[in-house]
Design a protein around this ligand. Structure first.
Ligand code: SF4
Ligand code: SF4
Ligand code: SF4
Length: 243
């Protein structure tokens, strides 16, 4: 019997689910190994039990909590898909302001009908077995995690920083252009895609385990930057690490 997997979404932009759908031929190969039993983007069916639930988005309402708990009860393995699900991601920028004020600003007279609360990452509501970082996730990493789970192995995430992938690809360094880059302390796995595209790393994959802070401090000093300036940048995707 094929492994039964499902995709579920809460508050997010659906970019992580789109990454999965954009896997093209790889997606067709996956379908030979698994049965997709729930995926709102593709189908309306619901099942009572599934093997792996991939969940995108943050939890912002009581009904989200209830739905997430039901998914947890139905799923053998639960995987947080992307930064919104893993640590709240950019949704947690909303935590900086009172939710009532945000509702009024955005929805004006309709605000009273929208019972949203402060966004939460999944692990604040249920037990999360594994997380795939990024905003959005990296498609090849999704495939690697799925492959590991199908083989009943522990999925591995890179234990080194984005700088390693960036240097190996010989991309020019953002610091040399006067930009603040979070690559030295951010978990690799995205192939330094933002630097390849002419931007800098904004830390969407979160902090690498055991970041090497001493060389980073040296880089900051050389460029007249402070740790506080880095932390301010880092908070864009990672306020969840502080709550
Ligand atoms: S992690 Fe980023 S790409 Fe994924 S749902 Fe959230 S905002 Fe969208
Ligand atoms: S600091 Fe940024 S741009 Fe420079 S090598 Fe590291 S990841 Fe690449
Ligand atoms: S380079 Fe940085 S911001 Fe861009 S995808 Fe990779 S981790 Fe995220």
């Amino acid at each position: 019997m094929k492994t039964r997997i499902g995709f579920f979404d809460f508050t997010g932009c659906e970019g992580c689910q789109l990454t999965v759908m954009n896997l093209d031929n790889d997606l067709l190969k996956i379908l030979q190994l698994v049965e997709v039993v729930e995926f709102r983007e593709l189908m309306s069916e619901e099942v009572t039990k599934l093997d792996i639930a991939f969940i995108e988005g943050s939890i912002t309402r009581q009904q989200d909590r209830d739905r997430l708990q039901t998914i947890r009860e139905r799923s053998r393995i639960l995987v947080a898909l992307g930064a919104c699900a893993e640590n709240g991601g950019v949704n947690l920028l909303a935590s900086e302001k009172a939710v009532a004020e945000l509702r009024r600003t955005i929805y004006a007279s309709d605000a009273a009908h929208l019972l949203t609360d402060k966004p939460l990452p999944l692990h604040k509501v249920v037990t999360v077995d594994y997380s795939i970082p990024g905003c959005p996730i990296d498609g090849s990493e999704f495939l690697a995690v799925l492959q590991a789970l199908l083989l009943e192995r522990e999925p591995d995430l890179p234990q080194f920083a984005v700088c390693v992938e960036c240097k190996l690809a010989e991309f020019p360094c953002s610091f040399d252009f006067g930009e603040i880059c979070l690559g030295p302390v951010t978990r690799a796995g995205c192939h330094a895609i933002c630097i390849e595209g002419g931007d800098r790393c904004r830390g969407c994959r979160g902090l690498v385990d055991n970041p090497r802070t001493t060389p980073y401090h040296r880089i900051l000093e050389e460029h007249g930057l402070t740790v506080q300036e880095i932390l301010d940048q880092y908070r864009t995707f990672n306020i969840g690490d502080e709550i």
